[in-house]
Design a protein around this ligand. Structure first.
Ligand SMILES: *Cc1c(COP(=O)(O)O)cnc(C)c1O
Length: 373
């Protein structure tokens, strides 16, 4: 297949598809849970990767989406799931009791909660690494280490890790240790972990991939036939698949991902500049691209008035959509993290996380200026 630039790949996603006999430009929504078999002998030679029988295994709309996601992240196979957490759960179906996983220490709150649960009830052992010092990482690796879980940039403190350095280091020690990256924040527009040495990429498609605050979804993209075969089996066996309508909606949204990410970045850079000079803000965390900014209010007693003065920016969970959102991680997404760890990571009560939307940045800055006064 010809390799196109990302804008072309996405704008054309589903057009010229093998899945549709009528030449549709937009992929149809196949609302059928099942598909007729042909002859009895067909069942004996059934190829689940090419034919259809039952929509948990494969559905033509989801197939087009999954093919697009695989091309986008440059992986072997992609899986579209019903939420980001379902995607993370699919990845963990690869591991078993007694396995050890190293994770970066600043994680999405739901991921942190799930790891805790696996640790306490399913015998998987987690250790945490601060994402900085490779010598510290080395100390955490044992004969039982099966994977390293990375969020970069991290949520909500925007720490970045050097994926190439980590992947090279880990795979030199043991090529079977899987490097898994949650790429929700940067998306493949700014980072393609599989091209940097990772084995598996995970997304909450609820965020930038869908980008309109209107669906829940998740994606897993893997490299190589071994992982592909295992994940196909586990995906079909556990069944948290994305339904045909949301598959179509996500595919449609992906077509504007490059445009949206460029504008999220442009808006966030303008807001970063403004917040950096605001006397009401003590520190701003922004990795330079993407639409996520975290910042500390100097005076946390001003939080309530800050929220009261917002008209455009919604006080609401989630991120990555056209509408700007603000959250208070210590009270919302990261509430389940023990307070000592929160404090250690800098997730204090005066830390706000802003998902910069696609409104005009002048209006957003005017609003922030007023709310911070
Ligand atoms: C939201 C989020 C998740 C979980 O995804 P859901 O779609 O809410 O299940 C995982 N990782 C990151 C970085 C997220 O922001």
């Amino acid at each position: 297949m010809e390799k196109y630039e990302i804008e072309t790949l996405l704008a054309q996603a589903g057009n010229h598809s093998q899945e549709d006999p009528y030449g549709t430009v937009s992929t149809p929504i196949y609302l059928s849970s099942n598909f007729r078999h042909g002859k009895l002998s067909d069942v004996d030679h059934f190829d689940y990767e090419k034919q259809y029988a039952y929509s948990r295994m494969a559905n033509p709309t989801r197939k087009v989406l999954e093919q697009t996601l695989a091309l986008l992240e440059e992986g072997t196979r992609a899986f579209a799931l019903s939420s980001g957490m379902a995607a993370i759960q699919l990845v963990f179906s690869l591991f078993k009791s007694g396995d050890e996983i190293i994770s970066t220490d600043d994680l999405y709150g739901g991921t942190f909660r799930y790891f805790d649960h696996l640790n306490d009830h399913f015998g998987l052992n987690f250790s945490q690494w601060n994402g900085k010092d490779i010598a510290d990482l080395k100390k955490l690796i044992t004969a039982k280490t099966v994977a390293i879980w990375i969020e970069t940039p991290s949520n909500p403190t925007m720490k970045e890790v050097d994926l190439v350095a980590i992947a090279t280091f880990i795979h030199n020690i043991n090529s079977n240790i899987k490097i898994i990256v949650d790429n929700t924040f940067y998306t493949p527009i700014y980072q393609k972990p599989l091209t940097l040495g990772a084995d598996i990429v995970v997304h909450s498609a609820t965020k930038y991939l869908s980008g309109h605050n209107d669906l829940l979804g998740g994606a897993v993209v893997c490299k190589g036939t071994e992982l592909t075969e295992k994940l196909i089996f586990n995906f079909n066996t556990t069944g948290a698949v994305l339904d045909p309508f949301d598959s179509w909606l996500l595919l449609r949204s992906l077509k504007t991902l490059p445009l949206r990410m460029r504008q999220h970045t442009e808006n966030a850079q303008a807001i970063f500049k403004f917040l950096s000079t605001s006397p009401a803000v003590s520190k701003v965390l922004y990795p330079g691209v993407g639409g996520m900014i975290s910042f500390y209010l100097k005076d946390s007693s001003k939080l309530a008035t800050f929220f009261d003065n917002l008209k455009i920016i919604s006080f609401a969970e989630s991120l990555g959509g056209v509408e700007s959102l603000v959250t208070l991680p210590a009270k919302q997404t990261h509430h389940d993290m023990p307070i000592e760890q929160r404090e250690h990571l800098g997730i204090t009560d005066n830390l706000l996380r802003l998902s910069v939307g696609l409104e005009n940045s002048k209006d957003l800055i005017t609003e922030l200026k007023k709310a911070l006064e």
